[in-house]
Design a protein around this ligand. Sequence first.
Ligand code: NDP
Ligand code: GDR
Length: 360
Amino acid sequence: MKVALITGVTGQDGAYLAELLLDKGYMVHGVKRRTSLFNTGRIDHLYQGPHERCRRFVLHHGDLTDSSSLVRIVQQVQPDEIYNLAAQSHVAVSFEEPEYTANSDALGTLRLLEAIRILGLERKTRFYQASTSELYGLVQHIPQSETTPFYPRSPYAVAKLYAYWITVNYREAYGMYACNGILFNHESPIRGETFVTRKITRALARIKLGVQDCLYLGNLDARRDWGHARDYVEMQWMMLQQNEPEDFVIATGSQYSVRDFVDAAARELGIAIDWRGVGINEKGYDAHGKVIVAVDPRYFRPTEVQTLLGDATKARQKLGWTPSTQFSELVAEMVREDLRSAERDELVKHHGYTAFEFNE
Ligand code: NDP
Ligand code: GDR
């Protein structure tokens, strides 16, 4: 049985990847940092308690900022594959916590690579690094491929740039099977609530049911290449199954603006948005003339990544990559799930928790 270790297992990609690897028959170990509450909502359906026989999913306490925990876990687990998905992954937050972001996202990657080396596992353990389209930042070429020069535009992207190159360096210096997946934005119903797609689907569902009044956003003109996380984790696994380690761009090759995303989600909910004004005065009105979307400059970033569009030709040719979920399907799935949660919130708001006794 192959053994995988996933850092960031409680995150969006970690949950999808754990599920995928368990389906493939792997023994899966996940690194979880200590939190005051469980924080395992995305992986609870996979949980197997310590007393279960034949466990194939095990969680370990550890942190990317703590070498000792990483060395101990890698030593215990002796993984065939490590997927380094853990990161302070929010670009806007990285401007507020730049040092922590560098520590976890840049040095954290180094710590894991060193753990492999210290334990003499260079020939055994394959390493996947969660690199990002944010590396392209102020884009130097459209569309972006593996050969497009990087120009990071946030402390997050700069930290990930270090992680990208240290992964390449350990591959070249020590002959390790280590590779970067340069993944463009990928979303899902379990995306963190403060990333723009989920913020939109969640807020519009709540507005539809009267639980929330208005959705406040930053730059509506930012353009992204959005795919589905379920499709992307499959490529993370594929990258570790090749004969030689290589870096790959994973993207859909289609691009939409934040405003397009709002419109698509609103359409799904049967809301027609009438946009009026420009810049920070731009607002979206519903059919009754009520403002339901507004720009709030607090969500602008000190330096913005205005446009990202990926060219995944190499992954298509070498990994057989084709995204199976279209933009409209992604939006529909996210809206559907958030409408379900909004219905619960609406029930509680208007009837209190006791409502569940009668209605569920
Ligand atoms: P999430 O933010 O959903 O998950 C991040 C995970 O990292 C969480 O499990 C989090 O734990 C964990 N984590 C954060 N800091 C630490 C730390 N110091 N030590 C240990 N664990 C830590 O991110 P995604 O799942 O969306 O992304 C996965 C990876 O891919 C990230 O590295 C991200 O930067 C990168 N990426 C993501 C893209 C996307 O569009 N989703 C695109 C390209 C790259 P906790 O649950 O406790 O917060
Ligand atoms: P991004 O994702 O920065 O691309 O990083 P995010 O969804 O946060 O932003 C996308 C674009 O939308 C604009 N935007 C807003 N963003 C947020 N979060 N909230 C808002 O209110 C808002 N209004 C407009 C942003 O300015 C930006 O241009 C994600 C993360 O998953 C990274 O970890 C990953 O590396 C990259 O995708 C690829």
